[in-house]
Design a protein around this ligand. Structure first.
Ligand SMILES: [Zn+2]
Ligand SMILES: [Zn+2]
Length: 353
């Protein structure tokens, strides 16, 4: 054990030697990695010291699961109030983005990390290069895990979901894997480096967002601002309803059914090439790369900005049927049902007797 780790024997003391508090909007996993490195320890060494072999931290999505054995421990030994510590988890979006969150499996609006044996294969961890470059201490934000987030609200540039140099997904907890020292790391190691090639993610060239249509783009930005505001606060059911409809429309755009050609209809209307290649067809919104979601979300926003009229045009063009709009959408809000009924008033009704 190194000198730094020896100094860490203060683990039984009321507080740890290093007591970093979560930074604004910081993710639990980012906070944990900073604490480990602050103590001069590799993340795995730090976790083994604290949790032993009883709890595995990195083979699950701890930001989403918010395990009490992890969150309570960090809160207790850093002197952080519990509500602040739990505020680092994706639970803060309960009621805003998901009403009945499931502990495992697919979760609407949360980008999938697809964790297999600690290797993250999904492009589920996004980042803003300008935020990372301008942070005094670089760290990862909760908003960057959301499928709804494609643009940094502060810098208005595209979020990115992979290393610009080598294309690897972002796994900042693996940044100290393979470093020379057995257990210790320099406390200056940055989470903003690619775990694969060590390139500084903050140096990625910034990308200006594609604006499909100004009002649609503004609505997408507005939803993101609302979700960020309502995290940890009283959620507004009206926003949740809108986001439910938005997600349903995006799912229709990604439908495999030959009779559902909503995406083709919208691409045609805006004269855009299809960003969805064969390799990503058939995968849910929450596993799509940032750039594709950015286009589809704006299509959804555009439809919602004049729902009945725009759905009606899609149905009239033969690219969508009335039944698609309501199928698999049991919790559709009344205003959506009304818009659908208005959009397709002459559909075949059951024969009256
Ligand atoms: Zn930013
Ligand atoms: Zn890289």
């Amino acid at each position: 054990m190194t000198e730094m780790a020896g100094g860490f024997r203060g683990i039984t003391a009321p507080l740890w030697p290093i007591r970093y508090k979560p930074l604004p909007d910081e993710l639990l996993s980012s906070w944990l990695v900073r604490l480990a490195h602050g103590h001069g320890l590799k993340v795995q060494t730090f976790c083994n010291l604290i949790f032993g072999n009883r709890h595995q931290v990195w083979n699950r999505d701890v930001d989403r699961l918010a395990p009490p054995w992890l969150v309570d421990t960090l809160a207790r030994y850093t002197g952080t109030p519990l509500n602040v510590a739990y505020g680092t988890t994706l639970k803060v979006f309960d009621g805003v983005l998901f009403r009945n969150p499931r502990p495992s499996g697919h979760l609407n609006w949360v980008q999938s990390l697809k964790i297999y044996h600690r290797v993250r294969e999904g492009y589920g961890q996004q980042y803003c290069p300008t935020c990372l470059a301008s942070d005094e201490v670089p760290y990862f934000r909760k908003m960057w895990r959301l499928s709804l987030s494609t643009v940094c609200l502060r810098h208005r540039c595209m979020l990115q979901d992979r290393c610009h140099a080598c294309g690897e997904a972002v796994s900042f907890f693996r940044i100290d894997f393979g470093t020379a020292a057995e257990h210790s790391v320099s406390d200056t190691i940055s989470v903003a480096r690619c775990h694969g090639c060590k390139t500084d993610l903050g140096a990625a060239p910034t990308i200006a967002p594609l604006v499909v249509e100004t009002d649609a783009y503004d609505r997408l930005i507005g939803w993101n601002a609302c979700v960020q505001e309502q995290a940890n606060d009283q959620p507004d059911p009206a926003i949740s309803d809108e986001l439910d409809v938005l997600r349903h429309l995006c799912a229709l755009m990604l439908s495999k059914k030959a009779s559902v050609k909503l995406r083709a209809h919208l691409l045609d209307a805006f004269g855009l090439d299809d960003p969805v290649g064969p390799s990503v067809q058939r995968i849910p919104m929450e596993s799509l790369p940032t750039g594709i979601r950015h286009t589809l979300l704006q299509f959804g926003a555009w439809l919602l900005n004049d729902l009945a009229v725009r759905l009606s045009a899609a149905v009239k063009s033969g690219n969508l049927r009335y039944s698609h709009l309501l199928r698999d959408f049991d919790e559709a809000p009344a205003w959506y049902r009304h818009s659908v009924a208005t959009a397709v008033p002459h559909r075949k009704m059951p024969a009256q007797t």
